[in-house]
Ligand binder design. Structure first.
Ligand SMILES: [Zn+2]
Length: 162
């Protein structure tokens, strides 16, 4: 059975513990059974990949060409990377990272203490930074830096709390 990923909308197996596209975790705690399932999913995935690899290579070439033609604004990259570093230093963010085309922002203690406008602005800075580097970026996953819990998502339409 396939189900829609809560985060990126991609179709994923209802047995998968996380989305292969964006890394969204569909279950909190894994077990032995899901380990075996993962091996099966990986083997099946490899077979499917082998069959479709020619077509995939073609699609990847097109995607890569698109990404390569995208010009990264160096001023935005530098300025916004500096702002993100400041957010991390001051405890607004705990860390930021990218999983495929979905950036993950782990929020810090200070984030919870500021108003919704400040929250949105801080997340917007991260969103613009990642989108400038990679035009495929459509949504960011927001996690609690301490518990690791998924708390929401940020896209062009704003901050959406779970
Ligand atoms: Zn996903």
């Amino acid at each position: 059975m396939l189900k829609k990923c809560k985060e990126c909308g991609d179709m994923i197996s209802d047995k998968a513990t996380s989305c292969s596209k964006c890394g969204y975790k569909t279950v909190r705690v894994g077990n032995r059974k899901s380990g075996c399932l993962w091996v099966l999913v990986l083997i099946t995935g490899f077979l499917v990949f082998s069959v479709f690899s020619d077509r995939r290579n073609e699609e990847e070439k097109i995607l890569q060409a698109k990404i390569n033609s995208h010009v990264v604004n160096k001023d935005i990259e530098k300025k916004f990377a500096g702002l993100i570093q400041d957010f991390i230093k001051t405890g607004v963010f705990y860390k930021v990272e990218k999983f495929g085309d979905v950036p993950h922002v782990y929020i810090g203690k200070i984030f919870k203490q500021v108003g919704i406008d400040e929250k949105s602005n801080a997340l917007k800075v991260a969103f613009i930074y990642f989108k400038n580097l990679d035009p495929r970026v459509k949504v960011m996953s927001i996690y609690d830096g301490y518990s690791g819990e998924h708390i929401g998502r940020f896209s062009e339409s704003g901050f959406d709390v779970d």
